[in-house]
Design a protein around this ligand. Sequence first.
Ligand SMILES: Cc1cc2nc3c(=O)[nH]c(=O)nc-3n(C[C@H](O)[C@H](O)[C@H](O)COP(=O)(O)OP(=O)(O)OC[C@H]3O[C@@H](n4cnc5c(N)ncnc54)[C@H](O)[C@@H]3O)c2cc1C
Length: 396
Amino acid sequence: MDLRDRPEDQAFREEVREWLADHVVGEFAALGGRGGSGDETFGFEVRREWERVLAADHWIGIGWPVEHGGRGASIAQQVIFNEEYVRAKAPGRASILGEGLVGPTIMQYGSKEQKERFLPPILAGEELWCQGYSEPNAGSDLANVATKAERDGDEWVITGQKVWTSLAHQSDWSFVVCRTEAGSARHKGLSYLLVPMDQPGVEIRPIVQVTRTAEFNEVFFDGARTAAANVVGEVGDGWRVALATLSFERGVGLLGHQLSFRRELDHLLATAAGNGRNAEPVVRQRLAQSFIELEILRLNTLRSLSGFDGPGAPPEASIAKLYWASWHQRFAELAIDVVGLDGVVAEGFPYELDEFQRIFLFSRSETIYGGSNEIQKNIIGERVLGLPPEPKGTAR
Ligand SMILES: Cc1cc2nc3c(=O)[nH]c(=O)nc-3n(C[C@H](O)[C@H](O)[C@H](O)COP(=O)(O)OP(=O)(O)OC[C@H]3O[C@@H](n4cnc5c(N)ncnc54)[C@H](O)[C@@H]3O)c2cc1C
């Protein structure tokens, strides 16, 4: 694997770098690269405007095929874009669920009308999306979904509860897994509906997290409606469509997230140099170890992407999810140790957490969302190693 840019990629890198230098200015630069995962309430209105700036020059959906309005950028170019984006401290993206999850799903399974209706507003940065999968009794065990949708003339009527719905309060639409066949069980009888969020039958209740912000929500559907045509794939075949979306989640989209870790590590190294902790033997060992592990992550991610023909990720992508989520938690513990007592003190109320405190608290969730560590190990065991499936009845 040659990690150097090819000549055409060098030109692309220059183009991205120049564009970012020209546009990450003023209120966008003032965000300092914040607003990413777990920090999405920060500067939301400015970040929403930033999406339109990106869109105006076709920087949303760069990996989407040209026929769907993207640039058809290669994986190498998407890597370059993400690298430069993080380096330029551009604002945390507000539309990743549309661009990275439902957009590719509609491209794969949607009708012509759905592609025409839903893809352009994603590329324009105009419509934001959230993911309506998890329920109180359906998380890892997603097939236990109980939210139901019934036909009423030209519409579906949806009743039930979703939970942990990230960014529901900022979203225009949700992709919702519902039970459309009464009496069906498990993977059968589910459908994948596109549901407008701004309507009387949808109630969004924020869930305040330990970081004291509320990035995710409970969503109650009580007679919510969507057009009959807003089913992606066949009615009753929603399980297949829902799994396709999950495979996009584990694909190239995770890369930008990982690249920001290097910036956090650099900040920690500077902090340790500033307070003298970098002279302590055990701290030095842990910093070096953290750096080594992050390099392993970077090189392995690039290696897996170099053989990746996307858009959905292979089961091996679970290794990267397990690895980065666990690494980030260890890194956050190290960061708090390096900062010392100040790391566990926040001033006043309502208090503003500093970067390491925020990372420390939010990283607890990273081994849960997008498939918990245990679920990733199940996927690796069964689909990569060919181990026997979990005994029925012990899983929940
Ligand atoms: C920050 C954050 C954002 C999220 N955003 C969204 C969102 O936008 N939309 C959405 O739909 N959901 C979202 N989720 C929900 C997330 O997908 C679920 O939390 C996750 O799937 C786990 O489900 P659960 O919480 O019901 O836990 P459970 O599935 O009840 O799991 C509890 C524990 O049991 C373990 N476990 C469960 N089953 C097995 C098994 N078969 N083998 C071994 N161990 C097992 C799990 O690993 C975990 O440790 C988000 C979660 C978080 C933390």
